[in-house]
Design a protein around this ligand. Structure first.
Ligand code: ATP
Length: 233
């Protein structure tokens, strides 16, 4: 059974329908990726799942319960946490204080400060530095760590590789093995198709607000993905 299930979702900005009949299924313990070009509707879809979008219709179910009309704080308390695009850290607070923000969710679980520092040892060394003084990759680790501190059941990651060097992206993605082994299910939003396909069990491609292709990465050809990504099929 799916842990998170989206069916026939439409999301509007005014009259503009940015998401059109989108769907996805996330099973417990699974990692899925949503790929697509700029403006395809990926962030709008994620925001809709956590109750941060405008008008929407369709079905969003989490753990068997309809969360489509629930407020963001209840969705967060139920265990869906976002790693937002652009990281959104408190730049003048220390790394540690940024991580501690995640405790506000009050969900007990395996993810403590010590566990986050074990996952990202560099953050332990930098714990008293202000977040604003860190490199982009280190800031991304803080953003992921803060989300883990909520002890999520589902982690929604919006473009975590954006603007980072390939080596840093590799370092960050390696940590997802530990994250999923701890029982967290993951939704990755990525423009980086290679990275997404390497990390995910199942991939959806979004184009102009809907799913233009889906499948297990090993079953999708490069030509299929390119056509679905750019709408040239
Ligand atoms: P990106 O990688 O740039 O974040 P995306 O796939 O996440 O792209 P969205 O940001 O979800 O795409 O945007 C989907 C569509 O909705 C685009 O056409 C975009 O211009 C439009 N859009 C996004 N935010 C707003 C907004 N606040 N008001 C009006 N239109 C918006």
């Amino acid at each position: 059974m799916s842990l998170l299930s989206v069916e026939n979702l439409d999301v509007f900005y005014g009259d503009f329908r940015a998401v059109r009949g989108a769907h996805l299924e996330l099973a417990a313990g699974q990692t899925i990726a949503i790929i697509g070009a700029n403006g395809a509707g990926k962030s709008t879809l994620l925001n809709a799942i956590v109750g941060l979008s405008g008008r929407k219709s369709g079905s969003i179910r989490f753990d068997g319960r309809d969360i489509g009309r629930e407020p963001t704080d209840r969705i967060a308390r139920a265990g869906i946490t976002m790693v937002p695009e652009g990281r959104r850290l408190f730049g003048s607070l220390t790394v540690e204080d940024n991580l501690l923000v995640g405790l506000a969710a009050e969900r007990p679980g395996p993810w403590t400060l010590e566990a986050v520092y074990a996952l990202f040892p560099r953050l332990g060394e930098l714990s008293k530095m202000t977040a604003g003084s860190l490199s982009g990759g280190q800031q991304q680790m803080v953003s992921i760590g803060r989300a883990l501190m909520t002890n999520p059941r589902v982690l929604l990651c919006d473009e975590i590789s954006l603007g980072l060097a390939p080596k840093i992206i590799g370092d960050i993605y390696r940590c997802f093995e530990t994250i999923t082994a701890s029982g967290v299910s993951v939704v990755l939003i990525e423009q980086n198709v290679v990275q997404a396909c390497a990390a995910a069990d199942y991939v959806y491609c979004m184009l102009e607000g809907h799913m233009s292709l889906e499948g297990r990465p090993e079953d999708l050809s490069q030509a299929q993905i390119t056509a679905a990504y750019f709408g040239t099929g």
